[in-house]
Design a protein around this ligand. Structure first.
Ligand code: SAH
Length: 413
């Protein structure tokens, strides 16, 4: 590993953004590998199982989603991040992990806000105009594009058009600007109240040959290069030959599942969040994919068929009657499941339904190794064999660990 990755962040121990920002990158990887080894050693019957070494990524400036809070210092507006577990804002200028253009735009908004004489929202007093800036980054056809969200606590946006002109004039990479009105006392950065005030409202990112739209609130992996590695590995683990019916559970905007479509008979995405489902429908059309469907449902209710019709709301799958009908029609609905749940992990009911099905192969992608190991125990008890576990460093500078695991019924790769 290159010695230059010293991670000597000037904001270490001040900014609450990351907790490993004063640990050399090589040491970060060692710490994470140690944690993974310790957790996997708890799996019954897997005492000698060795997780792979962690896949390293370029640890600097990888974050394609960057958030800044605005505050005052000596009556001048500045941007920064909250300190750990408090609402004090730490000024951050050169963050090691943020995309540098995104950081520059946030700094630019703070400067322009001063010249436009905007006020900054004061949480305690509940007064003021500008709250946060969120910038998302995408690359399409080799061109970098930025999506900017300006979050305000007031319903009026004074001199809006002049502000847009000044900001886009200064940062031509900006493709679109969204105004998010969020007056609530909340730690959530964005409300649901979005108005597109410049450009199309989304940016397009090229990922492994497909195109994915990123809008203000949609889920998208924050580390593009890391995601490429992780998705490629998930595809390899799925072992597709062209005949498989794949369930992409917790599918978000459909990224993983759509990347598998060229090698599968069909892929069905299941996702709880309605706006993510809408994004998945958009992405499917954008890529002209025919063998992908997406259903808006709780993954457990969907796979156990217990949710009734109201759980299957979606743009393209309204009236979907769940896997029970598919099973009757097609003698077993799925051959492979890809599951990528949030940190809370999956549920015993979901896992038991997989165990009782004809699914032969499970690719479990996890962003929390504790809940992963908890869930793997249920799979293993139900007869599945753990074949590989590959930690991927999607979040350098932080303690977070993403792991791609493969389980098969046969015990073969
Ligand atoms: N696989 C996607 C997204 C993974 S994030 C990608 O790589 O881009 C996890 C997703 O699970 C989120 O989109 C979240 O909305 C969804 N989710 C959370 N709880 C869920 C549930 N109970 N059922 C289905 N989806 C759920």
């Amino acid at each position: 590993m290159d010695k230059k990755y010293l991670f000597d962040c000037p904001y270490a121990l001040k900014c609450g953004g990351c907790s490993y920002n004063n640990i050399p990158y090589e040491k970060q990887l060692e710490k994470k590998e140690g944690r993974i080894r310790g957790l996997f050693a708890q799996l019954p019957g897997y005492k000698n199982f060795k997780p792979d070494r962690m896949i390293a990524t370029d640890p600097y400036h990888y974050r394609n989603k960057v958030h800044g809070v605005l505050g005052y210092k000596n009556s001048k507006i500045f941007s920064g991040l909250y300190s750990e577990e408090s609402h004090r804002i730490v000024e951050v200028k050169d963050c090691l992990i943020e995309d540098e253009d995104a950081s520059a735009v946030i700094g630019g908004v703070a400067e322009l806000a001063g010249s436009f004489k905007y006020t900054v929202f004061d949480e305690d007093k509940g007064r003021g105009f500008l709250r946060h800036v969120l910038v998302r980054v995408a690359h399409s056809d080799g061109v970098k594009k930025l999506l900017v969200v300006i979050v305000t606590a007031l319903k009026e946006f004074p001199k809006k058009n002049d502000f847009i002109k000044a900001l886009t004039g200064r940062f031509p990479m900006i493709e679109t600007i969204i105004w998010n009105y969020n007056p609530k006392k909340t730690s959530m950065v964005l409300s649901d109240n979005n108005t597109v005030i410049y450009g199309p409202g989304y940016i397009i990112d090229d990922m492994l040959g497909l195109k994915f739209a990123i809008s203000a609130g949609s889920f998208y992996q924050v580390n593009h290069r890391g995601a490429e590695k992780m998705y490629s590995l998930a595809k390899e683990f799925a072992g597709l030959t062209g005949n498989e019916r794949v369930l992409d559970a917790y599918c978000g905007t459909g990224t993983i599942g759509m990347l598998m479509c060229d090698m599968a008979e069909s892929v069905l995405g299941v996702e709880l969040c309605e706006s993510a489902v809408r994004d998945a429908v958009f992405n499917k059309k954008l890529n002209g994919i025919k063998n992908y469907r997406v259903v808006c449902a709780d993954a457990t209710k969907y796979i156990t068929g217990s949710g009734g019709k109201e759980n299957y709301r979606s743009g393209i799958s309204r009236g979907e009657s769940g896997p029970a009908r598919d099973r009757q029609q097609r003698g077993g609905p799925f051959d492979v499941v890809i599951m990528d749940p949030p940190r809370a992990g999956s549920t015993p009911e979901f896992i038991k339904a997989v165990i009782d099905s004809n699914i032969q192969r499970v690719v479990y992608i996890s962003c929390d190794p504790e809940t992963l190991v908890r869930d793997l125990k249920i799979f293993i008890k139900g007869g599945f064999k753990l074949i590989r576990a590959v930690p991927t460093d999607m979040f350098p500078g932080t303690a977070h660990i993403e792991t791609v695991t493969l389980l098969t019924r046969s015990g073969k790769m």
